[in-house]
Structures are given as C-alpha cells and as structure tokens.
Design a protein around this ligand. Structure first.
Ligand code: MG
Length: 254
C-alpha cells in the first residue's frame, strides 16, 4: 500500500514536471543554415530537431489560391500577396536562393510526409471579411485533402477568421493572436486559447492563470532571448513560439 502511494506520488510528480511549454518554430526553423522563413525546408528543419510544431503564414491571392508567406508586400518588390496572382508570387525566390514562395498545397504535401510535427497555421487578415471566409473554406478543404487536419492548429489576428474556422472545423483548436481580449472573452467565443505577444503577456501575466482556470491554453510569440524564454517557462505557458527552437529546447532540457 505504502509502495503504491509512493509510486502514485512519483507518477504525479513526473506528470507535473512534464508540463513544460512545447516548442513551436516561428515561420519554420528559418534561422537554421540554408533555411528561409515559411519555406518548405524550414518545416523539414523544424521536424528534424523534434519540435512540437512549426508555424506558417497563409494568404489568399488575387486569383483565390493559397500561398505561404509572411509579409503582405514581399520585401524589395511591389508584389502584394492579395493583389498578385499565385503564379506571380511563386516566382519570388526566397533568401536561401534555393526555393521559391510555396503554395499551401505543396507545403501540406510536405507536412503530410512528416507526421511527428504539428502544423500551426496562421491565416493572415485579409482586405475584406468575405475573402477571409473564402480563405478559411479553402484552407479547411486543403487540410482535409492532405489528411493533416488532426495535426493542425489554427491561429489568426482576425476574430472573423477565428469564428469562420470554428464553424468549419469544430474539432480543431483555434487560438486568437491579437492580444486585445482577456481569456474570459476567448472562452465565450469558444476558442481553444490565446496566442499573444511577449509584450501583451508581460503586461497581463495574470491572463495565463485565468486562461488555465477556464480550461484554455496559452501560447506566446516571439520569444528569442534566453531571459524571455525563462520568464515564460516560469510563468507556465503551454507553448512558446520562437525563431530559435534549439536554444529553447536546450533550456528546457536543463
Ligand atoms: Mg505568423
């Protein structure tokens, strides 16, 4: 009996110790050699170091195709992701010199081949709500087509996009990025949690416990220094999104 109690206590302690934040590579593992933000190789490199998840940014092009890139206007060009066609956008060569901006289709094909890594898919806010609804429908269809829906979490700054996804994908976890709503509002909207900036969560550290008490999860971006990593590990967030996943992994192993 005594042994059983000790065993139970050890298991419980183990469970608590295991509740460390999970590592998410921001825009993929793009700081690795030969990589680039939102590239196919950034997902492969994130997968190769054993992160929990790898994040991407998705736009709907002028011809209603889905592509993977962060900025609205690609640096050094006048190509606007919503005003250009997918063909024009996918001609852009990424800074690693070996890849172009990928279609979401190509990206999901790669994700499907790397089952150990979750996809954290950010849908960018678009110029009107109807286009956001269309993009959400197309993303949902693409995730199903590639068989990666169960391994995907959705994030968005737009409440409209979050609610569109919730309707389309009721089983999928959806997190709000914009930082202006407290956990109780997120709970009312039926979302899985908050995914807020370093600045927002440093201003409202109490939101972490409030979220947990409501059964919500907390992700924080973009945490790159060891000092900030330690701060958020101690604060007890569930996920940390970083440009330096191996730095965070090393810290978590200490
Ligand atoms: Mg993003």
């Amino acid at each position: 009996m005594k042994t059983q109690l000790v065993m139970a206590a050890l298991l419980f302690a183990g469970g608590v110790a295991a509740a460390q934040p999970k590592v998410i590579a921001h825009r993929g593992y793009w700081t690795a050699p030969g990589s680039a933000q939102n590239s196919l190789s950034s997902f492969a490199k994130a997968d190769s170091v054993g992160v929990y998840g790898s994040e991407i940014d998705v736009w709907l092009t002028a011809d209603d195709r889905l592509i993977v890139n962060h900025d609205r206007v690609y640096k050094g060009t006048d190509i606007d992701m919503e005003k250009a066609t997918a063909r024009e956008i996918m001609q852009i060569v990424l800074p690693n010199g070996t890849e172009n901006i990928p279609s979401l289709d190509a990206y999901l094909e790669l994700v499907a081949s790397k089952p150990a890594t979750r996809l954290i898919l950010e849908m960018k806010s678009l110029s009107d709500l109807n286009r956001e609804d269309l993009a959400a429908e197309k993303i949902a269809r693409a995730l199903r087509k590639h068989g990666v829906l169960e391994r995907t979490d959705i994030i968005a700054f737009s409440i409209n996009a979050c609610l569109a996804f919730k309707k389309l994908l009721p089983e999928t976890k959806i997190y709000y990025l914009n930082g202006d709503l407290p956990p109780k509002s997120i709970k009312k909207l039926g979302l899985a949690g908050i995914d807020y900036s370093v600045k927002t969560l440093q201003e409202h550290p109490q939101w972490v416990k409030q979220a947990h008490d409501l059964g919500l999860e907390v992700n924080v971006w973009t945490v790159d220094s060891e000092e900030e990593m330690k701060y958020f590990i101690d604060l007890g967030v569930d996920y940390i999104t970083t440009d330096y996943p191996e730095r965070l992994q090393a810290l978590l192993e200490q």
